[in-house]
Design a protein around this ligand. Sequence first.
Ligand SMILES: Cc1cc2nc3c(=O)[nH]c(=O)nc-3n(C[C@H](O)[C@H](O)[C@H](O)COP(=O)(O)OP(=O)(O)OC[C@H]3O[C@@H](n4cnc5c(N)ncnc54)[C@H](O)[C@@H]3O)c2cc1C
Length: 288
Amino acid sequence: MIPGAFDYHRPANLSDAIGLLSKLDSEARVIAGGHSLIPMMKLRLAAPSHLVDLAAIAELKGIRLDAGEIVIGAMTTQHELLASDLLAARAPIVRETSAQIADPQVRYVGTIGGNVANGDPGNDMPALMMALGARYVLRGPGGERRVAARDYYQGAYMTAAQPGEILTAVRVPVPPAGHGYAYEKLKRKVGDYATAAAAAIVTVSGGRIATCAIGLTNVADTALFAAAAAQAVVGTTLDKASLAKASAAAEAIAAPAADGRGSAEYRKKMAGVMTSRALSRAFARATA
Ligand SMILES: Cc1cc2nc3c(=O)[nH]c(=O)nc-3n(C[C@H](O)[C@H](O)[C@H](O)COP(=O)(O)OP(=O)(O)OC[C@H]3O[C@@H](n4cnc5c(N)ncnc54)[C@H](O)[C@@H]3O)c2cc1C
């Protein structure tokens, strides 16, 4: 339970952090809240030679509106997401999801940047960001680029980030006023990772679903964007038959491994059940 030796760096700004990463060897890693990385280091599943701590970089903090998008700095903690009036008013599903991550101790320190950059299929934010159509802002020695959350995840702990790049912010398009939303997470106990979870965001017009987006957590090597499941309910009044179709479409793309949370068959089934619950609750909110 003791990590390997490493050198610790605490740059005061982003350009120094990027400069450090380019100078140090390829085993250097950034550290944010440390609530995924430090356990991995203690288990010797990660053994970085250098840790570049992002904690002192003020420009990575904060939540603001910019050009129709909510921009969340990478070092914003889950606790700060929960306390945000802007998110409560404009994208309340972010708060609903945050509240289901771990426990207060973890949420006080764990960051949104670490949660989405990590590439752990058990993290809750990636599927949500896929459903919201968010983009990640990455900055490296070559400059800045934006990658859609839906294109970011390539495998467990494998992402589109290049060596030396830092995820600086998450840009969330503001969902339309009156949208419905829900994050449904099945877990064994408070503080657990998901057995399966689903994020659903809908708009409703004339009693029928006009748009829908769904993301799935922890039922494959990466978070999943469930396009066919969403398509199954567009144009419907979310009747039983369309809900069953959406649920089956979510199950069809789920490919979970068996683990302490259940067999692969059970967790696949739960991907469908969480999809159905999230859709029902999102629809109810949009039509209330
Ligand atoms: C007991 C416990 C229960 C938990 N339960 C849940 C849960 O239910 N749901 C959930 O989603 N999470 C859960 N977590 C994980 C927690 O949310 C972590 O805080 C989160 O996964 C990582 O965020 P962090 O800020 O701690 O990142 P760190 O641990 O510091 O970093 C994680 C990884 O991301 C990289 N990284 C971090 N920030 C950046 C950045 N800005 N740019 C590029 N790379 C970066 C690091 O190099 C590292 O590889 C749990 C953790 C614990 C300890």
